[in-house]
Every structure is written in C-alpha cells, then in structure tokens.
Ligand binder design. Structure first.
Ligand code: WT7
Length: 630
C-alpha cells in the first residue's frame, strides 16, 4: 500500500464531480458561463466522432476574456512580474497589457493580417511574447509559437506547413548568460518563402543584426499606432493557435486548438487545481513555446485576472538558487514546474532552498513527465514544508489543459506520491488492454479517454485523416493519448510513460522517427534506430544506434561529433543524444521491423527475453558487446 498524504484546503464540493460524471455536456455548459460571451451558444456539444464542436453558435474572444473583462476592477493590478535572466525586471499591469495588445493588434492589421491568417512567433520569454499572442487572438489570427530553442531547419518545416504571412522574432534572447541569435535563425529559415510578407523584429539584446527587405522593427511599428482595437467576435470553434509537437512519424504535427471550449477548460482547471485567488502570485517555469506555457502562463492566469511571475532564462542561471530566489523576491504562492527541474534542484541538496524564505508558498504543481515518489516527497517536505499539496497534473499538447490532477480548489482527497490521482470532473478515463477491455486494478495498460472534453484539439492542421488515425483509430470512439497507465484499487491513476515511439527528454517530447530521419540524411549513415533509457535527471536520455554505409572509414569519434552537431542544427540542442553507437546491423523482426524496445532493454542493461523472432540474433550479441565495452 502506498503512502497517503491528507492536506486539504477546506474545499469539499463533491457536487461538481457528481454532475460532471453524470452529464458532462450540461456540466461543461455551466462552466462555460464563467467566461464572457458576445452571444451565447444554442448547442453545447456537436459530437461527430472524432470531431467535436463546443458551444455551437456562441461567439467569444480570448483576448477580450484575458484583458477587457478586468479593466474596470483590475487595471492597476500586476498581471506579469517579468524577471529577465540578466536581472532586468518589469511589471505589466492589466491596464498596461490592454494597451500594448491593442496597439500590436493594430500593427498586425496594418501589416495586412486578417482573421484566419497564421502568424509565427519565435521570441524569447519576454512580455512581448504573450502580447503578440493576445494581439493575434484579438483579431482572429492564428498564432503559431515556436520554442526559441528550435533550430532553423525545424522552424522552416513549421513555417512552411502553417504558411505564415508574418513572422515575429527578436534580435536575440538571453540563455545562460549568452545571446541566442534568433533573428539569424529566422533569416535562414524563411529563405525562399515568398508567402512570408513581413518579419517583425523586437530588440531585446541589441546585438548586431542584418536588416533585410521584409524586416520591420517592433518599436517603429508601435510608435504612432492607435491604442484602441475592438476584439473580434469569433465563433467558439474559431482556431486560436497551432502548436507543433513531435509524433511517431518524421514530421511534427500541427495541433490545432479552438477558442470557446479551450478557454472553458483552462478557466475551470486553473481554478480547481490551483485554487486561484485574487491575492495569489503564480509562477510557472514553462517556456511559452510549449503547451504548458500557452495554457497556464498565457491564457489561464489572465482569464482569472491573476498575478504571475514570468522568467526569461535558464532555471539554473547564474546558479541553482535562481528559482528559490525568484519565489522569495515575488512572494509567490503557487509554483508549477517539471520533475526534471526538481530532480536537478534536489541533487544540489536542501541547503540551497533552505536559505530562502519560501513561506509564501501554498500550492506546488508538477507537469510533463511522471514524478517519482522520491522527488514528490522532497518537493513536499523541502519546498512545501509539509503544508502545500503537490498537484501532479497529467495532460498533453492535444488535450489543451489538465485531464488528471488533484483538485484542491474543489475537493479534498488524500494524495499519493507518484499518482496524478483522479480525472477532472466530466472526463471519463479507463485503463485498457490491447483489445479495449478494462485491465484489473494495479495492472499496466493503455490510457484511453472515452468522452470529448472542451479543451481537446480541433484536428491536426490541414490533416483530418492523420488526426483520425493517430488518436481515434486504436480504440473505436475513444481518444488514445499514447500513454501507459495503471489504476489502483482506490481508482487512482498512475501514469507510466509513453507507449509509442515518443521520448520524453527533460519533459520535452521527441519523436524517435524525427531523430532517425535526421540521422539517416547524413551521407555516411545507412540506417539508424533511436531509443530512450532512464536518466537520473532528465527522466529519459537519447541513445542512437547507427549502421554506416559500406566503405565509410572515418574515425568513429569524428563521426559521433558530426552526427551530434547535425542533430543540434537540424532539430535543436534538446535532441542531443547521450550516446551514439556504431553497429554493423540493427535487430529486426523477420518482416524487417526494427525492434526498438529490445534496443532499449539492452541499452538500459535490462535482461532481454526471447530473441527467437529476430531475423538475425547475432545483431543482439554485437550490440551487447559494444555496450559493455563502453
Ligand atoms: C506527454 C505529453 C502536459 C503538458 C506538457 C507536456 C507526459 C505529461 C505528465 C504527468 C506523467 C506526464 C505524458 C503525455 N506527461 N504530464 N503529470 N505524469 N506523464 O505536453 O509535450 O504534449 O507531452 O507528457 O507522456 O502524453 P506534451
């Protein structure tokens, strides 16, 4: 029996859970009323599996709900305390944001952006990033934010796929004290793209950049523009954004999110999971380039008129005390971070956080990967001083918002270290076997979601077929997230990692197929297979197996360096492998399928089972020898 921790916040409203579970449609209809609608919906859900339309006939605007609704009561309330990596800081009130967003909406209009156009945003973690997103949302343009750690080749694919008319970037961004030259990366990425009409450049680092014919400076555009721009009344299912994420094929998928359903999901989960109050100071460490940043840095806190801290740089810069320093400086009350960050902090011992006053904290969240019980308990004791519930939230880019999580803002249930506890109300989740039958308690199976939910993706950008195949074909009428899970006898869910060919490195999703196609495009490489092995800090680390072309005699150290550089250039530093092995053949089934799971077991030093289905079992012997030698 696992340990239980009872830390309630005094909320015991089990009626919502009952209502959600008995009639999720009317339940979400009630939740949607917390937002401002220009006109109300006549149908809550139009469900033509696997396509869901939420709040049909309703019109709404995300930027209006984030800003306009707070102007009468909160225009002087801080929305964002921004902390630069180099120690710069700046406060944006709800009133300030309102003006900046309206101005930038007018800038976008003046550049010819209209409803439905795509705008790529490649910015560091500066306030102009949410400002640009909200400006797009205000006029009905679809933003597509690209994480500023991605390389120009990855950006090229994404801009080409979304056919963005405008790209917004900065001269540079600060990362661990160095300047990342974002503008240079964009210049490279959009070469030959006639459909990109303008590049808006924000000055952050003031490093030298070349000004090309399409470039316009943010500050020039904002100088004389009007600061009033009404929010467009948009259909509830109007696309708010595309966010690209790795899948099991070589090409990233453009996850498309809508407006009314998505915002309803965020408003509700932020309230239930974090018990958000007017006096709270929320700090989420996620980069806005990932979905956590879209949902719980930009949209959810602003919908609630909350105050938050936004941090520009690396969590361990100038040293590992930076996060605790920020929490103390702003008296933050809610902290939301990743198990990878926590494992890193834990490694440096308790003295570091203990030398800061963290008494303002009342809730602690975790997201992105399974949190191991040891880290959960450290977070609970050392950071939360045994008074803050740990909110382990399971969800995905595709789900838009939290799906499984403790909800102390709603109800009190005992917490178990390592379990994300129960689904949110209105969401029906099962753990099933290969054939879709529920597995017995405490048995590993596949997680499935049996009803549509408001934050769910609309589809994949211009690829309905792929949307159907990836998420809705394994189990009829059920959404398949690609995760392993287990339900215990109390009905608590334990998330056990990916069941497909996607790795989670430091909480970031990396497709093995994407990496493999990058590696085999090297002229020396014939074949490649990628797998993940457990890593003490990052959760998973990347291992690459490579078969070279006949006749390649280059020194293996040089080849390893070249391949690593190629991966960093083509995908980005987050995909850097821990180890590259050169082998003469890969283990395959008789039908020619590479057995990645077997490679993973060998590379992790696990016992391997029966290899009789292999086409050539000697492949395994060779790999075992090479790995033991290392
Ligand atoms: C995958 C989604 C959730 C937003 C950030 C990541 C894994 C996420 C948890 C958790 C165990 C988790 C799953 C999921 N994951 N949260 N609390 N416990 N695993 O979004 O990049 O779309 O990744 O992250 O494997 O499928 P993402």
């Amino acid at each position: 029996m696992s340990e239980k921790f009872d830390i309630g916040l005094g909320h015991n409203d089990y009626t919502l859970r009952k209502q959600g579970d008995s009639d999720f449609v009317s339940f979400w209809s009630d939740q949607a009323k917390n937002l401002h609608w220009f006109s109300t919906w006549h149908k809550t859900l139009d469900w033509r599996p696997p396509f869901a339309k939420w709040f049909v006939g309703g019109t709404i605007n995300a930027s209006y709900n984030a800003l306009d609704v707070h102007q009468s009561a909160k225009s002087d309330k801080p929305a964002i305390f921004w902390e630069g990596e180099n120690g710069d800081s700046k406060t944006y009130t709800y009133g300030d944001l309102f003006i900046e967003v309206q101005k930038f909406s007018n800038v976008l209009k003046s550049l010819g952006v209209t409803k439905g156009d795509r705008v790529t945003i490649y910015l560091p973690m500066v306030p102009e990033l949410p400002i640009a997103m909200l400006a797009c949302a205000r006029i009905g343009a679809i933003h597509t934010v690209i994480f500023s750690g991605f390389s120009s080749a990855s950006i090229k694919d994404r801009i080409e796929d979304s056919k963005s008319k405008i790209v917004i970037t900065a001269d540079g961004g600060y990362r661990r004290g160095k300047i990342v030259k974002l503008k240079e990366v964009i210049d490279d990425a959009i070469e030959g793209f006639d459909f990109v009409e303008h590049v808006v450049v924000l000055e952050r680092t003031k490093n030298k950049i070349s000004i090309l014919p399409k470039d316009k400076l943010w500050k020039d555009l904002m100088k004389t523009i009007s600061d009033s721009c009404d929010a467009e009344k948009l259909d509830s299912d109007h696309p708010l954004y595309i966010l690209y994420t790795s899948g099991t094929t070589g090409k990233p998928k453009g996850v498309l999110h809508g407006t009314g359903g998505y915002l309803t999901h965020l408003y509700s989960t932020f309230k239930w999971a974090f018990d958000i109050k007017d006096s709270d100071v929320f700090f989420c460490t996620a980069d806005i380039g990932w979905v956590t940043g879209h949902s719980y840095v930009v949209y959810a806190p602003l919908l609630h008129g909350a105050t938050q801290v936004m941090y520009e740089g690396a969590p361990d810069f100038p040293d590992v005390s930076r996060m605790w320093n920020i929490l103390e400086k702003y008296s933050a009350s809610i902290f939301y971070t990743t198990p990878t960050a926590l494992r890193m902090f834990m490694k440096f011992g308790d003295d570091v956080p203990n030398s800061f006053d963290l008494s303002s904290l009342r809730l602690l969240g975790s997201v992105g990967e399974p949190i191991n019980p040891e880290v959960w308990k450290w977070y609970y004791k050392t950071i939360g001083k045994q008074k803050c519930p740990i909110i382990d939230t399971w969800w995905q880019t595709e789900t838009g918002g939290m799906m499984i999580s403790p909800l102390p803002g709603l109800e009190t249930i005992p917490l178990k270290p390592g379990s994300a506890t129960l689904p949110i109300p209105g969401v029906d989740i099962s753990v099933v076997d290969e054939f879709g039958s529920d597995v017995p308690p405490n048995t590993k199976g596949y997680l499935i979601i049996k009803n549509p939910w408001p934050g769910m993706l609309l589809t994949l950008w211009e690829d309905d077929e792929k949307y159907k195949n990836v998420y809705w074909s394994k189990y009829p009428s059920c959404y398949y997230p690609g995760d392993y899970a287990m339900k215990d006898t109390d009905g608590y869910l334990w998330l056990l990692g990916r069941a497909d060919d996607i790795l989670k490195v430091a909480g970031h999703r990396i497709g093995t197929a994407e990496l493999e196609s990058c590696i085999v495009s090297d002229c020396d490489v014939a074949e490649s297979a990628v797998c993940g092995i457990p890593d003490e800090i990052k959760g998973e680390a990347i291992i690459v197996f490579t078969v070279l072309k006949d006749g390649v005699t280059t020194d293996k150290n040089i080849l390893e360096k070249n391949l690593t550089t190629k991966i960093r250039i083509d995908i980005g530093p987050i995909a850097t492998p821990k180890q590259i092995y050169f082998v003469s053949k890969l283990p395959k089934t008789r039908s020619g399928k590479i057995m990645r799971r077997l490679l993973k077991s060998i590379a992790s030093g696990e016992k391997i089972g029966d290899t009789s289905t292999l086409d050539d079992p000697s492949a395994v012997d060779e790999i075992q020898k090479i790995i033991t030698k290392n």
